[in-house]
Design a protein around this ligand. Sequence first.
Ligand SMILES: [Zn+2]
Ligand SMILES: [Zn+2]
Length: 316
Amino acid sequence: MKAIALKGRNICVEERPDPVPTKNEALIRVTKAGICNTDLELVKGYMNFEGILGHEFVGRVVEACEKEWIGRRVVGEINIPCGQCEICFGGDPKHCPSRMVLGIQQKDGVFAEFVTLPLENLHALPSNVSEIEAVFVEPLAAAIAIIDQIYPDQNNDALILGDGKLGLLAAQVLQTRTPNIFCVGRHPRKLALIEKRGIQTALDAGKWDRKFDFIVDATGNPQGIAEALCFIKPKGKIVIKSTFEGLAKIDISALVVSEIQLLGSRCGSFAKALEFLKKETLELESMVDVDFPLGKALEAFERAKDPEVIKVLLTP
Ligand SMILES: [Zn+2]
Ligand SMILES: [Zn+2]
């Protein structure tokens, strides 16, 4: 099969043998995948990952020991826990210390014609979910996870830092809980996508001359947390979504004095994301800039690096 692998810091288009599913796994033909900011960070050295890249995808099961899965259109959770340790038994296996993570940690990803995943990671897609919406299920789940960390209500206001895919998703998701959503980014074209939904946007958070109950750092860069600290109310909560290669520098005293809570936030529930898609109409398809064939992955990665671009898809 054709696959896009990371070797050192180089992205290579390769021919590889088709993966062979183990007893509990399905073999899935990938029909569409999305390049994520995490993929760009992996190329810079984040997690020291080597192997086939990619974790956002939709596909169709071609082989599985439980025959009812065969032919189903699926999305898949990206964490593959060991299932045997204290943390796995404790009920939050996404934190399993010996987990593999699809296309991120010790597990070949989805920028390939085929991928294998444990059956328990799979979610069959309802027919109302389009291929493009399906590719957004993973980041949408990550955005919905914020709600479960801060429990916003309609009296709260929230500022989203970052107008990348995750920032735009977080703004739309939080808007279902409170009308008071603000988003700061660097790209008027991206901000316009959520502005038309009534979300207030700016190129500089100073414009509003106010502070916020909640701030989501979705900048993807080390400066995001420091900026969040400038605009958070005392006792406010900052949810950090950014992962990057390198370290962030922040004023810990400011955090202590104002009793700010910093909350790291990673993956969310696919089941909740699929439920959400049933009820809400989000700007998803309009976030896609371009869809490349898998063999043009090098070009696709170059496009994904362009700061003006929101989402680049790959079709095997
Ligand atoms: Zn991602
Ligand atoms: Zn475990």
